[in-house]
Design a protein around this ligand. Sequence first.
Ligand SMILES: C[S@@+](CC[C@H](N)C(=O)[O-])C[C@H]1O[C@@H](n2cnc3c(N)ncnc32)[C@H](O)[C@@H]1O
Length: 201
Amino acid sequence: MSTPAEELFGPRYPGAAQYVELLADRGVTWGLIGPREVERLWDRHVLNSVALSDLIPAGSTVADIGSGAGLPGIPLALLRPDLQVTLLEPLLRRSTFLTQAVDELGITDRVSVVAASAKNQHASFDVVASRALAPLGRLVGWCAPLRAPDGAILALKGSSASDEVQAAASVLRRHHLTASVVAARAHPRSEPTTVVRLVSA
Ligand SMILES: C[S@@+](CC[C@H](N)C(=O)[O-])C[C@H]1O[C@@H](n2cnc3c(N)ncnc32)[C@H](O)[C@@H]1O
């Protein structure tokens, strides 16, 4: 039987497999991925990232804030060639890894790397995505200015999602945002995760 990743990526699977190899090799050597993560790169990292896919409209511009080794932005770009993805990452070693990865994966036409913090950006995106970036209140301060007026902020959060929404209530009010907590999964046989989706109130 094929794996969930093979079924989901279909003809794009070889690109996703090349990225997983890159994470397992250079990602570990450069200290971006813990050695113990190698055996769960597909489930915990790639499939978890593309669980966002159903929440992203066709043809969107997407910013991945605090992309690290490319998560969730690179798996999303590999699965969804209709997206224009910007990976924002201020740490030099990580942004260098991202630039090399995007080049080697042959996706420079639709993925760009910006070696900077979200705080210094003035661009505007349909979707501002993040994973493991910061507590929701702080994350909103960085991501809200980058959201297009009709756009969404999508934060992969896992089980803390509802508590974080409650804790961030005053920040959400200040930015005129309303939150929904969405159960998402990439494939019927992959692990579910929880996403906080923020749009204009
Ligand atoms: C815990 S890592 C998560 C990396 C990746 N998103 C993942 O899920 O594996 C958080 C990343 O956010 C970056 N970061 C922290 N503050 C940031 C900011 N204000 N703007 C953009 N990136 C930031 C860090 O450099 C780091 O690479």
